[in-house]
Design a protein around this ligand. Structure first.
Ligand SMILES: Cc1cc2nc3c(=O)[nH]c(=O)nc-3n(C[C@H](O)[C@H](O)[C@H](O)COP(=O)(O)OP(=O)(O)OC[C@H]3O[C@@H](n4cnc5c(N)ncnc54)[C@H](O)[C@@H]3O)c2cc1C
Length: 308
């Protein structure tokens, strides 16, 4: 997992970029599991991010954007890829049109964005109430619920492309699907423009409270998790299928299929990524055997055997 010394030297001296070395990703994911990365870069501005990406690409070294780590399962062995966090330099938010247009940085936390929209009296984003994570992660995942998803409110996305150029994607270039936004290879979401609707603050607040109440009733919000583990198969619910095959509450090590919601895997203390993998496989096998349905992961795997 050690970094090539030449590359390390270059990364240590990047203008406008802070770096942490040899850190455990367990401290940066909502599941509280995950092994080491040799380097976590925190660009403080666009120029810093551009140089960091350029250096990594020139060295053909893989990297990934670490949002708030709320949709990730990082391997116990960690990953060779360098992690980049946009939290420090890309967390701005502004109203760009009083009719309801908001521009937000990719590193901004979703709850801050929602609070900003409430203060402005802009409705449309209430569905993200209770979804942890960053604006960039929510865009990439097309985060949402039955009450709405990012695709409904997103008008444009600014991305940094692998060749260093910045492109504004809008209209047909925004290819959203269920829990996914297709981006050009290795593109980094920098900022998004959202189209919302002016509304009364009381009404927005009421909607947020009622969505949060349902979430607290149905989901195991007191224990570390990464939200829904599997995508819902067409016309059905992953949680219903997992419960129907008798796996609700089943535990491997400190990882458990939540007794409250079977599509959540919770960490009851010292769970390892391998325990969570074992539960994932068990659920996939049983549901496939009994219902002939292949459960697809909603969470993303990070590690040397996977995409990063
Ligand atoms: C308790 C709980 C409840 C949840 N409920 C929901 C829910 O109701 N609906 C839902 O959709 N999700 C839910 N989630 C999952 C998660 O919160 C969302 O997917 C969230 O949007 C992920 O954001 P993040 O910043 O944590 O992204 P991360 O988990 O850090 O990253 C997710 C992916 O996005 C990529 N990424 C992040 N930032 C960028 C960027 N700037 N540019 C390019 N790629 C980027 C990462 O590389 C990774 O591939 C829940 C999670 C938890 C823990």
């Amino acid at each position: 997992m050690t970094l090539d010394p030449e590359l390390k030297k270059q990364l240590q001296h990047l203008d406008g970029v802070e770096a942490d070395w040899d850190i455990m990703l367990a401290g940066h994911t909502s599941l509280r599991v995950g092994g080491p990365v040799s380097c976590l870069l925190r660009p403080l501005n666009l120029a810093g991010l551009q140089t960091a990406v350029q250096v990594l690409n020139q060295n053909r070294h893989p990297f990934f954007i670490l949002g708030r780590g709320t949709n990730l399962l990082v391997q116990d062995e960690g990953t060779r890829a360098v992690a980049i966090s946009l939290e420090k330099g890309f967390s701005q938010v502004e109203c760009i049109d009083p009719s309801g247009r908001v521009k937000a940085g990719a590193g901004l936390r979703l709850n801050r964005l929602l609070r900003f929209c409430l203060q402005q009296g802009f409705s449309g984003l209430e569905f993200i109430a209770g979804i942890p994570g960053s604006v960039g992660g929510a865009m990439r995942m097309n985060a949402g619920t039955h009450a709405g998803e990012m695709a409904d409110v997103c008008d444009a996305v600014y991305v940094l492309l692998a060749n260093g150029n910045i492109e504004k994607l809008m209209g047909a270039k925004l290819r959203f699907s269920y829990r996914r936004l297709e981006l050009p290879p290795a593109a980094v979401v920098l900022e998004v423009e959202l189209l919302l609707t002016p509304s009364s603050r009381d009404e927005i607040r009421r909607r947020i409270r009622s969505l949060l109440k349902v979430r607290q009733e149905k989901q195991p919000w007191q224990l570390p998790s990464a939200g829904s583990v599997f995508k819902n198969p067409p016309g059905d619910f992953a949680g219903r299928l997992i419960e129907a095959v008798g796996l609700k509450g089943v535990r491997i090590g400190d990882a458990q299929i939540s007794p409250k919601h079977a599509n959540f895997i919770v960490n009851r203390g010292q769970a390892r990524a391998s325990d969570i993998h074992a539960l994932i496989q068990l659920a996939q096998e049983k549901v496939s055997q009994e219902f002939g349905v292949q459960l697809e992961l909603e969470i993303e795997l990070v590690g040397n055997h996977h995409n990063s």
